[in-house]
Design a protein around this ligand. Structure first.
Ligand code: TMP
Length: 236
C-alpha cells in the first residue's frame, strides 16, 4: 500500500504526490484534462487519464525489459503510477521518423515524409518562452545538462525509438514522432514523465488515421475513441 502524503506539483495533465512510505518515490496521477499550444486551448475527455496511465505503464515495463532505465515502479490504479522521484532535466527530447507537426510548420514540409534516419532535437522546457528549440551547446552553456548527460539522453532516446517502432508496428501502428523527458535520480539519468497518445503521434498503419492528441489540438475528430483504440492496441 502506498499512501499519498502531499501534492508536490500540479501540471496541465498530471499531479505529483509525495508518499508516506518513502522519500525516494512519488505517485504520478494522470488527469482527464488536456491543453494545447502552451495552455491556450483547454479540454478534457473521459478515460484520458486511464488510457495514458495504462499505455505509459505498459511501455515503461516493455522498455525496462529491453534495458532502458526508467522512473517506473508500478501502476497503482487506473490513473496512478508509482515512480522514482526525479530532478527533471528541463529539455523536451523529440525524435521523429516522419514529418509532422512543428517540423512541417518550421520547414514548410508536407506531412508524412519518411525519414531515412530518425531526427533528434531538444526544446528548452520553459512555458514562459514557448519551449524554444535549443541546441546542445546552448543547453550546456545554460547548465541544463552536461555534455555527458546529453550523450546519454540522445543514446537512450534513439534506443527507445527503435524499441517503440517495433512494438507499435507489430500492433498496426506507425510511430510518427514522440517527446521524452529525462531526469536524475541519485545522479543517474532515467527516462521519466510519460509515453502516451499525449506525447506521441500515432497513425493507423492501414488507414493512416490519426490516433493521438493531434485530434484534440486541431479538432480533427473523436479523440476519446482514438485514445480507447490506442489502449486496446497496446494492452489487447
Ligand atoms: P511537434 O511536432 O509539435 O514539435 O511535436 C513533436 C512531438 O512531441 C509530438 O509527438 C507531440 C509531442 N509534444 C509533446 O509531448 N508536448 C508538447 O508540448 C508538444 C508541443 C509536443
Amino acid at each position: 500500500m502506498w499512501t499519498k502524503k502531499e501534492q508536490l506539483y500540479e501540471g496541465k495533465a498530471k499531479k505529483i504526490w509525495s508518499v508516506e512510505e518513502s522519500d525516494d518515490l512519488v505517485i504520478q496521477e494522470f488527469k482527464n484534462d488536456a491543453t494545447a499550444f502552451n495552455g491556450e486551448k483547454r479540454g478534457s475527455w473521459a478515460n484520458k487519464g486511464t488510457v495514458n496511465t495504462t499505455v505509459a505503464s505498459t511501455l515503461f515495463r516493455y522498455l525496462e525489459s529491453r534495458g532502458v532505465e526508467t522512473h517506473f515502479i508500478e501502476q497503482l490504479s487506473d490513473n496512478e503510477m508509482l515512480i522514482k522521484k526525479l530532478t527533471i532535466v528541463p529539455l523536451e527530447v523529440i525524435v521523429r521518423n516522419r514529418s509532422a507537426g512543428s517540423f512541417c510548420k518550421r520547414y514548410g514540409a508536407t506531412e508524412g515524409i519518411i525519414f531515412a534516419e530518425p531526427t533528434f532535437e531538444f526544446s528548452y522546457k520553459r512555458d514562459d518562452l514557448g519551449d524554444p528549440l535549443i541546441n546542445n551547446s546552448h543547453a550546456i552553456a545554460l547548465s541544463l545538462a552536461t555534455a555527458e548527460e546529453i550523450a546519454t539522453i540522445q543514446q537512450s532516446a534513439l534506443l527507445v525509438n527503435e524499441l517503440l517502432q517495433t512494438f507499435f508496428i507489430d500492433r498496426g501502428i506507425i510511430l510518427v514522432d514522440f517527446k521524452l523527458e529525462f531526469g536524475k535520480h541519485h545522479g543517474t539519468i532515467l527516462l521519466g514523465d510519460e509515453i502516451s497518445p499525449d506525447t506521441c503521434r500515432f497513425w493507423d498503419a492501414k488507414t493512416g488515421a490519426k490516433l493521438d492528441k493531434d485530434l484534440f489540438r486541431f479538432d480533427l475528430g473523436d479523440v476519446e475513441s482514438a485514445y480507447a483504440t490506442m489502449l486496446q492496441k497496446v494492452v489487447g
